[in-house]
Design a protein around this ligand. Structure first.
Ligand code: UD1
Ligand code: UDP
Length: 377
């Protein structure tokens, strides 16, 4: 029986992990045991346990208490605790997802313990090293044994950095296996998106014409004037186009709105603006489909906008998901009020007949699991 330790810690990683957890249990139950280690980076019920329950993910085998903090404190705490777990469990492989501090902490510890590291969502680059996520991605890719890229662009990025597969096993960090596999988030959007009964907490929005937003990037939330510029511009646009606005509020946004009480009060007192708690994944997929348009700085939500066939404004200057911008279904607007206004006006009336499939065939997790099993033989 092989043993995999999957390291997760932040909301998007619980969601991504669901796809492989499902496949390992369904197709390889007698051959592999997956143990999930939760770093504790996200800990609110609405940012963490809700996903394990509704997506039927194995409960964490260990939850570390890393919590919030500066990058050094948070990553350092994770590394100390993760090392203990890996040294005592000695898994056959460690699996990490995406680009958070939990990803990088897991990657560094696994590689230094000489345990084969598997990175799902490899090769993505924003080409902005001021983004903490960009550092996390680069470090993780460069110490991985198996790299699974969701896009051809990701494959090209890896090749430029000297990582491409020669196809010859055994794979190891000097001879990594690099695979194009599609996106596990697309697998999940198909798998969980079919539920027809609208989640109770969002039922009041049925039949309304609304823009859906999530905002949590440090470069948007942590600078008071930047955040104010985004919020005031969008409030004005909501009024101009007679729309409603729904914002499931990420804890980082909550903290930064509370630091600007007049801005928070303006949002709360507006009858067409709905600040709601972060919702579960199934409710989020439903909100995306119910929405008229999506405005976000989230990596995952900009892609789900595409899956749901909704135009999207991306509150960032660059994206690692360049395909959706190239198709014209999403526009990069940064935090620039003028760009937001212009793009909003164009996208709010845009009609797109076709949404070509960009992120695989919904079976990325199956392909990844098969390669991981081969790695561990
Ligand atoms: C993290 C990831 C980011 C990812 C996002 C997904 C890093 C560097 N950033 O950003 O890439 O897009 O998760 O949502 O890893 N907080 C709570 N409750 C929680 C979690 C956080 O109140 O359960 C608050 C704390 O005040 C904390 C702040 O949110 O300081 C930020 O949390 P943190 O995990 O450091 O970064 P995120 O912004 O969530
Ligand atoms: N999401 C969710 N509830 C919310 C907001 C987002 O379930 O209230 C989901 C969303 O559907 C997507 C993922 O969280 O699958 C994206 O995570 P997030 O935006 O936190 O991080 P990022 O993708 O930017 O790293």
């Amino acid at each position: 029986m092989k043993k995999i330790i999957t390291i997760v810690g932040a909301r998007p990683q619980f969601i991504k992990a669901a796809a492989l957890n499902r496949v390992f249990r369904r197709d390889y139950s007698g051959q592999v045991k997956e143990l999930i280690v939760h770093t504790g980076q996200h800990y609110d019920e609405s940012m963490s346990s809700v996903f394990f329950e509704e997506m039927d993910i194995d409960p964490p085998f260990v939850t570390l208490q890393s919590g919030s903090g500066t990058h050094g404190v948070q990553t350092g705490k994770m590394m100390i605790a993760l090392e203990e777990v890996l040294l005592s469990e000695r898994p056959d492989a460690v699996l990490v997802y995406g680009d958070t501090n939990s990803t990088m902490a897991g990657a560094l510890v696994a590689s230094k313990c000489n345990i084969p590291l598997v990175h799902v969502e490899a090769g993505l680059r924003s080409f902005m090293r001021t983004m903490p996520e960009e550092i996390n991605r680069i470090v993780t890719d460069h110490v991985s044994t198996l790299l699974f890229s969701p896009t051809q662009k990701g494959m090209d990025n890896l090749q430029k950095e000297g990582m491409s597969s020669n196809g010859h096993r055994p794979f190891h960090p000097e001879n990594p296996g690099v695979f194009l596999c599609g996106d596990v988030m697309y697998d999940n959007a198909l798998y969980y998106g079919g539920k027809s009964e609208v989640a109770a907490e969002i039922a009041f929005l049925e039949g309304r014409k609304f823009v859906l937003s999530t905002i949590h990037r440090d470069h948007n939330t942590d600078h008071p004037e930047v955040l104010r510029g985004i919020i005031e511009t969008l409030m004005h646009l909501i009024d101009t186009y007679q729309l409603e606005w729904v914002l499931p509020v990420h804890p980082r946004l909550k903290k930064n709105l509370e630091a600007q009480p007049d801005l928070l009060a303006a949002l709360q007192s507006h009858s067409k603006i709905h600040l709601i708690q972060p919702v579960g994944y199934i409710a989020m997929l439903q909100l995306e489909k119910m929405s008229h348009m999506i405005v976000t700085d989230s990596g995952g939500v900009q892609k789900e906008a595409y899956f749901a066939e909704r135009p999207c404004l991306i509150l960032r200057d660059t994206t690692e998901w360049t395909e959706i911008v190239e198709t014209g279904r999403a526009k990069l607007v940064g935090a620039d009020p003028e760009k937001i206004r212009t793009a909003f006006g164009e996208m709010v009336t845009a009609q797109f007949a076709e949404w070509p499939q960009l992120y695989g065939d919904g079976k990325a997790a199956e392909a990844i699991a098969a390669e991981m099993m081969a790695l561990m033989q």
